[in-house]
Design a protein around this ligand. Structure first.
Ligand SMILES: C[S@@+](CC[C@H](N)C(=O)[O-])C[C@H]1O[C@@H](n2cnc3c(N)ncnc32)[C@H](O)[C@@H]1O
Length: 240
């Protein structure tokens, strides 16, 4: 079986580069973050767009009657999607990420964020039954492997962190080996949503209609298939 640590002991190169620039000065860091390829492993410029779509999706499918919705952006990279999400009313957002460089960056630049410097398997027990929603965008153990034992273990651990009625939301495209290969084999209740590119039709009214009409999602899938492009998905998994 692949070891869970295989996916984060060698952190993405851009995280190391960002931290190195921060070691020089905060001005260097802020210059570096704007460079073109800095968002190849974590969302930077488009983070507000990803978070807007996610906010609408969560409010549509998971609404906890006036109570705060507690969300974990798990394997968050720089955490900018989670930080944007936190700006919406009634959301309380935690971030988690195992990269050492990201820990240093968040401790220095965003010291007030609720940041858990852990991989999934090390999130402390005090967070059991704690989150309403755990969001995982392109998190490596689910996008770079189709090892079913690994997925079973990790989903079990994530499940323990969810409150009753909580949900996991995976956002990812299909790779050669990934979670999609195991969805039918894992004993979970799940639903897939097909997503348009995040820069297209990113309007509140549009998402509200889109997420309510399954036909539109299937139409998107067909359009992608015809154009031979990779489609993005939400995979929503219910707490079991
Ligand atoms: C492609 S990045 C996505 C980052 C972020 N979710 C985003 O979309 O901006 C994949 C992330 O998975 C994280 N990761 C790898 N193994 C992990 C684990 N066991 N638990 C949590 N995160 C992990 C990596 O450190 C990396 O930040």
């Amino acid at each position: 079986m692949i070891k869970i640590t295989d996916f984060f002991t060698k952190e993405p190169r851009t995280y190391t580069e960002l931290n190195e620039s921060l070691n020089i000065s905060s001005e260097e860091y802020h210059k570096k973050i704007l460079e073109n390829k800095m968002d190849s492993h974590t969302q930077i410029k488009d983070a507000p767009l990803f978070s807007r779509r996610l906010e609408i999706f969560i409010k549509q499918f998971f609404f906890d009657r006036g109570n705060k919705t507690i969300i974990l952006d798990c394997g968050c990279g720089l955490g900018l999607i989670g930080m944007e999400l936190e700006k919406y009313k009634n959301f309380e957002v935690f971030l988690s990420e195992p990269s050492e460089s990201i820990k240093k960056i968040i401790d220095t630049i965003y010291p007030n964020k609720k940041f858990l410097p852990f991989p999934i398997e090390k999130i402390p027990k005090e967070f059991n039954n704690f989150f309403d929603v755990i969001y995982l965008r392109e998190v490596y153990p689910f996008t770079r492997s189709n090892d079913i034992s690994l997925h079973t273990e990790l989903i079990k651990m994530l499940n323990e962190k969810l409150k009753k009625n909580g949900i996991l939301i995976f956002e990812q495209i299909k790779n050669s080996e990934d979670l999609f290969d195991n969805l039918e084999k894992l004993k979970i209740i799940y639903k897939k949503f097909y997503l348009l590119p995040v820069r297209c039709f990113n309007f509140r009214w549009f998402h509200k209609i889109y997420f309510n009409i399954d036909f539109l999602s299937s139409l998107t899938k067909l359009a992608y298939k015809l154009s031979n492009k990779k489609i993005n998905h939400y995979i929503v998994v219910k707490k079991y």
